[in-house]
Structures are given as structure tokens and as C-alpha cells.
Design a protein around this ligand. Structure first.
Ligand SMILES: Cc1cc2nc3c(=O)[nH]c(=O)nc-3n(C[C@H](O)[C@H](O)[C@H](O)COP(=O)(O)OP(=O)(O)OC[C@H]3O[C@@H](n4cnc5c(N)ncnc54)[C@H](O)[C@@H]3O)c2cc1C
Length: 458
């Protein structure tokens, strides 16, 4: 008999996971605490509710989310199909009628003979049966406490304090320089990229930060006493005084600018963010400045005038694990054979990325329970790159990541033209996913054929 499975959380990842397991013959108990208990961001009782934007990102085949959507279609995602059926006109984006989308996912799961939806808050993670935890960025406090004990409290976080990330190739090294403070560290050249500022440049920058427009906190964030406690945004530091940043994250101590031979007034430091060294995050630059203005202000930094940012800074409430320390790229929790995590709690961001990790966790838990080897998506696919990133990033400074071309391994040959480069990434990802899926051929769900489990009972 195919073993039964518990899924906790009926959001994007949990709904996809429950359906994938049910389609593979598992009896699934799906725990969803709404409507009895809410998260503060969800407003209804349906499964797979989109809490904010109704867009699942660009559907253009050579954009990061478009590549991921394409992979999800190859993998037989239910939620992607529901999204396409509920699509509304939105140019190149896959935007949906959120009511129709959630209604359609809820109906598929409700009508599935292998799925029982239990409207209860799970207070702990069961360790005596196969389980997927997909309780999202607003996991209920009781369960979060239990997960904290299981993972180690230092490995569970309650809010994002994301610093911007720039592509290394777009940093102007004729203005910036590589060095470690006081020349410490193993690398003679230096692990950090430093962007030096003279006093006038610094004061202009501080002033731009002070007057920038920021994103409003939500009620459930304002009420959370932990929020922002340990991590003050740069614009708030700028408002404390002219010198606060120069004595804080922008302190120039231990650094000499090789271009001038002098000590700069202030320095913005960037630290390597991926193993390939193609991405660098700006150290200590968590911020709530609105994205359009944020990019313009960051380009005031000497060396970043033409920088391309794969992610801008943000701060919001977000329960997530230190995935590099705790999870395998299959989404399995390292310390437990039959426990998987999926969705935003794994550190993967974005609606489609969350759905994708739900699918991956379900596929791998099912394979393990049926005595088959787990599947790791190739690292040059968008799903593979995301899972690789969140499980291999530097654990000490781990912050969530969403689908973007910057996390894919570099192409063999350098392609200068942006459109051709995007196409090359997309074509490589598609071919690689296709080839890898041959190994899973018997285990794939064909959404065009109604599955045996969905046939009406005679
Ligand atoms: C305010 C806000 C706005 C956001 N806006 C966007 C956006 O515009 N675009 C984007 O891509 N991403 C956005 N995100 C991130 C977004 O939450 C995720 O992309 C996505 O919803 C996460 O999917 P998930 O399945 O991991 O979690 P969710 O979709 O949140 O699902 C988790 C489910 O678990 C349930 N749950 C929690 N604890 C328990 C428990 N103990 N027992 C039982 N059930 C439980 C919750 O009720 C919820 O239904 C936003 C997040 C927040 C908080």
C-alpha cells in the first residue's frame, strides 16, 4: 500500500504538494488553519490564496519566471494549469483572477478522493509519519516555536532583512577596488569589493536616503515586537545623523583606496553572494526604500553607476529556515528521513518558486516512500539553480532568493547581446530539464489525461 502523508499548510506550496502526492496514490491529510485562525495577510478560507499581487511574474520564455513556469509545466504542476486557466490580460505577465485561481485549486483538492482537508492549526511537526511543512512566511507562532526547537532556534528567522545584490560584471572596478579590512583574510586581493566615497559624495548619498519614500509596514508587522529590532534599515540610520552610516555599515577603517592612495571618507562594501562569484550583496544595506527609487539611489555609489541588480533590498515579516544548514536540494530536512519543507519557509521567494518547491518536495518524498532515489533538478534549470542556491549559499549570511538569471551557472561562451544571452539561458534550461525528465518518465503526471484517481467512481 502507498504510505499516507501529512502536508501542513494549504497555501501555494502545500496545495501543489498535496495534489502531487495524491496523484501518485498517497492518502494525504492536508492541514490548513484558516478560517479558524488567520495569518494576518490572508483574507479568505480558500486554498492557494494569493496574498498580494495577482501576478505570477513574466511568462516570456526567456525571463526567469517564464523559464520556471515552463519547467513547472514539464513537471505537470496543477497550480500552473489553474493559473493559466484563470489568466487575465497582463501583457507579458501571467496574471490571474485571484478568486478563480484559488477556487479552482480548492475544488481540485476538495474533490480528490485521496485528499482529506483538515481545517486545524498544526501545533507541531509530526516526526512519526511522512510530512511536508509548507506553512509559509506567516507560519503560526506555535508551530514556528516547534520548528525552531527541531531546527535549532538560531536557524529559524522571523523577518527578511534583504540587502541588494548586484551582478559582479556590472561593477566599475576603475572606481571600486577589491580588499579586506586591514588586509585580513586568505585572499591577497581581498574578498570584498569596496566602493569608496569622498565626503561630498557621502553627504549627497545620506541626504538621498533620508528623503527617499519607503514601503509602509503592514499591521501585522507593526504589531510584531521582534520586527526590525536587530536590523535597522539604512534610511533609518541616515536619519539618525550625518555620521551614523560612516561609523556603521559604511565605515572606512582598515581600507586604503588604491586609486588615490588615501583613506576614503566612507565605503560601501559588497560581499560575494554565490559560489560562482558572479553576484555580490551590499553589506548591511537592508532597506525599505521603494524599488524604483532604491535602484537610482544605489547607482549614486561610485562603481555602481551602471550596476545591474538581481535583487533589491526589502524588509518584511517572513518565517524561514537557514536552508543551507538544514535542507538538502531535494527539500528534505537533513536530520529527519521523512520530513520535507516547501514554499517560502525554505528561503525560496516568489509565487512560482513556492509552487515549484512544493512540487519538488512531494515528488521526492513520494519517491523515497516508494523506494526510489530522490531527484535533484539540474543546476542549469531555474528550479535546480534556486534549490542549489538556497541549500548552498553561505549559511552565516543566508537570505531568501527568488528566480533570476543571475543564479544560473555562466554560459560556456560570453554573449554580449542581452536578448541572445537570455535566450541561451532559457534554451539550455529547457534542454537540461527535458533530458533530466527522461529519468523520471514513469513518475510524471500527464495533466492532459485525467488520472485514475480522478475518474468518477462507478
Ligand atoms: C503580505 C505579503 C505579501 C506578499 N506578496 C507577494 C507577492 O506579491 N508576490 C510574491 O511572489 N510573493 C509575495 N509574498 C510572498 C508569498 O507569501 C509567497 O510567495 C507565497 O504565498 C508563499 O507560499 P507558501 O505556500 O510558502 O505560503 P502561503 O501561501 O502563505 O501558505 C501557507 C499556508 O499555511 C497556513 N498555515 C500557517 N501556519 C499553519 C499551521 N500551524 N497549521 C496549519 N496551517 C498553517 C496558512 O494559513 C497558509 O494558508 C508575500 C508575502 C506576504 C506575507
Amino acid at each position: 500500500m502507498t504510505p499516507s502523508v501529512t502536508v501542513i499548510g494549504g497555501g501555494l506550496a502545500g496545495s501543489e504538494a498535496a495534489w502531487q502526492l495524491a496523484e501518485r496514490g498517497h492518502k494525504v491529510r492536508l492541514y490548513e488553519m484558516r478560517p479558524a485562525k488567520t495569518t494576518g495577510a490572508h483574507v479568505g478560507d480558500r486554498l492557494a490564496e494569493l496574498v498580494c499581487s495577482n501576478s505570477l511574474g513574466s511568462k516570456l520564455p526567456d525571463r526567469a519566471t517564464g523559464i520556471l513556469q515552463n519547467e513547472m509545466k514539464m513537471l505537470g504542476s496543477l497550480l500552473l494549469r489553474c493559473a493559466e486557466e484563470a489568466a487575465v490580460p497582463a501583457g507579458g505577465a501571467l496574471a490571474v483572477d485571484r478568486e478563480q485561481f484559488a477556487e479552482s485549486v480548492t475544488r481540485h483538492l476538495h474533490d480528490h478522493p485521496n485528499i482529506a482537508i483538515v481545517r486545524e492549526e498544526a501545533l507541531r511537526t509530526p516526526l512519526d509519519r511522512p510530512t511536508i511543512v509548507a506553512t509559509g512566511p506567516l507560519t503560526s507562532p506555535a508551530l514556528a516555536q516547534n520548528i525552531g526547537k527541531l531546527a535549532g532556534e538560531e536557524y529559524l528567522y522571523f523577518y527578511d532583512a534583504i540587502s541588494p545584490i548586484a551582478r559582479a560584471s556590472t561593477i566599475d572596478m576603475s572606481r571600486a577596488f577589491s580588499a579586506n579590512r586591514y588586509g585580513r583574510g586568505e585572499e591577497a586581493a581581498g574578498d570584498y569589493i569596496n566602493c569608496p566615497m569622498e565626503k561630498e559624495e557621502y553627504l549627497r548619498f545620506v541626504n538621498a536616503l533620508r528623503t527617499a519614500e519607503t514601503i509602509e509596514l503592514r499591521d501585522f508587522e507593526k504589531e510584531d515586537p521582534n520586527f526590525f529590532e536587530g536590523c535597522v534599515p539604512i534610511e533609518a540610520l541616515a536619519k539618525r545623523g550625518d555620521d551614523t552610516l560612516a561609523f556603521g555599515p559604511m565605515r572606512p577603517v582598515g581600507l586604503t583606496n588604491p586609486h588615490t592612495g588615501g583613506r576614503p571618507h566612507a565605503v560601501v562594501q559588497l560581499r560575494q553572494d554565490d559560489l560562482a562569484g558572479s553576484l555580490y550583496n551590499i553589506v548591511g544595506f537592508q532597506t525599505n526604500i521603494r524599488w524604483k527609487q532604491q535602484a537610482a539611489i544605489l547607482r549614486m555609489i561610485p562603481g555602481l553607476e551602471k550596476a545591474s541588480f538581481v535583487r533589491l533590498g526589502q524588509m518584511h515579516r517572513n518565517t524561514f529556515l537557514n536552508a543551507p544548514a538544514l535542507l538538502e536540494p531535494t527539500m528534505r530536512f537533513r536530520k529527519q528521513e521523512q520530513l520535507y519543507f516547501a514554499g517560502q519557509i525554505t528561503g525560496v521567494e516568489g509565487y512560482v518558486g513556492n509552487v515549484a518547491t512544493g512540487l519538488l518536495a512531494a515528488l521526492n518524498l513520494s519517491r523515497r516512500l516508494r523506494g526510489m532515489s530522490e531527484w535533484i533538478p539540474p543546476v542549469d534549470t531555474m528550479l535546480g539553480a534556486l534549490c542549489y542556491y538556497v541549500t548552498h549559499a553561505e549559511a552565516k549570511h543566508f537570505q531568501p532568493m527568488k528566480a533570476n538569471l543571475g543564479i544560473l551557472p555562466p554560459l560556456g561562451a560570453k554573449i554580449r547581446d542581452k536578448a541572445r544571452r537570455r535566450r541561451a539561458y532559457a534554451e539550455r534550461a529547457g534542454a537540461s530539464m527535458q533530458a533530466s525528465l527522461h529519468a523520471l518518465a514513469d513518475d510524471m503526471i500527464n495533466l492532459n489525461q485525467q488520472s485514475a484517481a480522478m475518474q468518477p467512481q462507478a
